[in-house]
Design a protein around this ligand. Structure first.
Ligand SMILES: [Zn+2]
Ligand SMILES: [Zn+2]
Length: 275
């Protein structure tokens, strides 16, 4: 069994056929899917979709860094947690809550994205993103949930935000795009790494992957984006997760079944999925 740990089934690209997309994923062995939010509306939609198949689908709630200039309120995420996780879900009572409900299994995707800030003076915008990210990490720590972290061209600030927290949160850097040093720093902080379909064609990630520890890797499609070879140009779907495992297998010379088992184990451990 595979787990797609990052799949935007809540986006409009899947509005008309989400049920068959999930069915087709299951046929290729992708039996659990985590649906991340990018703002309040899509977090709610992630929950609504997850609740249709609570044994197979899970929601993560959060604000993408692109939302930072739209006055997002992290308190709204806490209200969702309180509404959907049941009365037993309170700070530091997670062992009780998780076995009972657990539709919302993470906070995110949250993080920093400086990709568009290269040429302009954007310190104010960066500060907005840092504050929003920090608020969500504090929420993750408060409720003992892992964070799904989006980080693009911002690794230095990522680690300074993380290191200033009262406690290191659990989490994954989804669609990891950093360098060797970033990978080592994240590994020291016990973070996981999401590997996506771009591993099938991006030389940079292919070159870093053999240095990564297999017990830190998670598989994710980031569908509808980042479609792997040989389907580039089409909409991405969770059914393509095995293509990512296949590429990892050829890069590190380990059997595909080993990649499948280990990444599923990693995802179950990080997100406390027990179904
Ligand atoms: Zn992302
Ligand atoms: Zn995403």
């Amino acid at each position: 069994m595979y787990i797609d740990t990052h799949c935007h089934l809540n986006l409009p690209e899947f509005n008309t056929d989400v049920v068959s997309v999930i069915g087709n994923a299951k046929k290729t062995g992708v039996k659990r899917i985590i649906i991340p939010g990018v703002n309040l509306y899509f977090s709610q939609k992630a929950i609504d979709i997850a609740l249709t198949q609570p044994q197979s689908l899970f929601a993560s709630i959060g604000y993408h860094p692109y939302e930072a200039n739209k006055s997002p309120d992290t308190h709204d995420l806490e209200l969702l947690l309180k509404k959907y996780q049941g009365t037993k879900f309170t700070p530091r009572s997670l062992s009780v809550a998780r076995s009972e409900v657990g539709t919302i299994i993470a906070i995110g995707e949250c993080g920093l994205d400086y990709h568009k800030f290269k040429s302009e003076k954007a310190d104010g915008k960066k500060d907005q993103q840092k504050h929003l990210f920090e608020d969500q990490l504090l929420l993750a720590i408060k409720y003992g949930l892992p964070a799904i972290i989006h980080c693009r061209d911002a690794f230095e600030d990522l680690f300074s935000v993380l290191d200033a927290l009262p406690k290191m949160p659990l989490g994954v850097i989804h669609c990891f795009s950093g360098g060797l040093q970033d990978m080592r720093m994240a590994t020291e902080r016990n973070l996981y790494f999401g590997v996506d379909g771009n591993i099938t064609y991006t030389k940079h990630i292919q070159s870093i992957l053999p240095s990564m520890r297999l017990d830190t890797l998670l598989l994710e499609t980031d569908a509808p984006y980042l479609t792997p070879e040989p389907h580039r140009g089409e909409r991405n779907e969770p059914k393509y997760i095995p293509l990512i495992a296949k590429t990892i297998s050829s890069l590190i010379h380990e059997p595909e079944s080993m990649i499948e088992n280990q990444t599923t184990l990693n995802a179950k451990k990080l997100f406390h999925i027990n179904t």
